[in-house]
Design a protein around this ligand. Structure first.
Ligand SMILES: Nc1ncnc2c1ncn2[C@@H]1O[C@H](COP(=O)(O)OP(=O)(O)OP(=O)(O)O)[C@@H](O)[C@H]1O
Length: 310
């Protein structure tokens, strides 16, 4: 069934004891796309990914990857998927290149190991034992291990956590190249810039539930302006509602905390003048007033009332 989605999750529920980690999640990933599952720590991203990878059995709901059941059809699926875990899953004493060569031998048609190692920036540390690799080098090895077998779908959990900016960029390039070659990439991240720059589709999850899905442009209503106001002392009671009333329809006021709020809508002269006048009337002094474009951080804040901290 070549037209089936790469991943289809329906009504997934996963618990650890009393703790509900995934709470009725639906997720559909089309083939040949980069999909980011974005959410704060503990949102249920890793649990969802591990269920797609066949490491956990759904307690309720269904999961299909390339049309197969990741648990019942594990052996059939294994050669077709690549998995990058948080922590690469390498043995602690093994040298980086030995590990990569070993994984390559498990696949029928692996990539050229030396070229891949060079590509992900493992060139200098191929002889280093796994436990002596830096966090970023372990991540790069994990990524190379996930893609060496030319998978159709690659699952990457927090691919750039602990990487320096150059390694992050290289990883983004590699994942984009894979997508351009027709590979489906599913990644988790709590970096909104990573999701925004890399992903074709973003699914934001919080407390095990899907709270928003769409392309980066759809989610941020591309081009919508924002004003982030920070004041020097706490706002008086009812401040967001009174600013909302002053600004009227077409502009959205979202409180962030006792000294900051977000205004979403046209950041034109009228809006700016109204915000300035309102500060004066309320007796608060702006410490900063930042104009920008609505981003995923703003979307998360508007949906949950909390900030999505990396
Ligand atoms: N083995 C476990 N035993 C008990 N609770 C767990 C276990 N694994 C995860 N949890 C809990 O389930 C919830 C979801 O965890 P999960 O690791 O899936 O979230 P996450 O979004 O991947 O978070 P992070 O970004 O920190 O990796 C969290 O509250 C976590 O504490």
């Amino acid at each position: 069934m070549p037209s089936s989605p790469a991943v289809e999750v329906a009504g997934l529920v996963m618990r650890y004891g009393d703790k509900v980690a995934v709470d009725g999640l639906d997720l559909r990933v089309e083939r040949g796309t980069i999909t980011a599952v974005l959410g704060p720590n503990g949102a249920g991203k890793t649990t969802t990914l591990e269920t797609c990878e066949g490491y956990r059995k759904p307690q309720a709901g269904t999961v299909r990857v390339l049309g197969l059941d990741p648990v019942a059809d594990h052996r059939a699926l294994l050669p077709r998927i690549g998995v990058m875990l948080q922590g690469s899953g390498a043995w602690s004493g093994v040298r980086a290149m030995e590990m990569l060569r070993h994984i390559a031998t498990l696949h029928a048609n692996p990539l050229d190991v030396d070229m891949l190692a060079e590509r992900v920036g493992l060139g200098d540390c191929g002889r280093t034992p796994y436990r002596r690799l830096s966090g970023g080098q372990q991540q790069r090895l994990g990524l190379a291990m996930a893609v060496v077998g030319r998978p159709e779908v690659v699952f990457v959990d927090e691919p750039t956590a602990g990487m320096d900016p150059l390694a992050r960029r290289t990883t983004w390039e590699l994942l984009t190249e894979l997508r351009d070659d027709g590979v489906t990439v599913v990644l988790t991240t709590h970096y909104m810039d990573e999701a925004e720059r890399l992903a074709d589709q973003i699914h934001i999850i919080d407390h095990g539930r899907m709270i928003a899905s769409g392309s980066p442009l759809e989610l941020t209503r591309g081009g919508t302006a924002t004003i982030r106001l920070v004041v020097t002392k706490p706002f008086p009671d009812g401040a967001p509602a009174s600013l909302q009333a002053a600004l009227g329809d077409g502009v959205e006021v979202t409180p962030i905390n006792e000294v900051s709020l977000l205004v979403t809508g046209p950041a034109d002269h009228t809006t700016l003048a109204t915000v300035g006048r309102w500060c004066e009337e309320q007796g608060v002094l702006p410490e900063s007033l930042n104009l920008g474009q609505r981003n995923l951080e703003d979307v998360f804040l508007e949906l949950t009332g909390r900030e999505l901290k990396p």
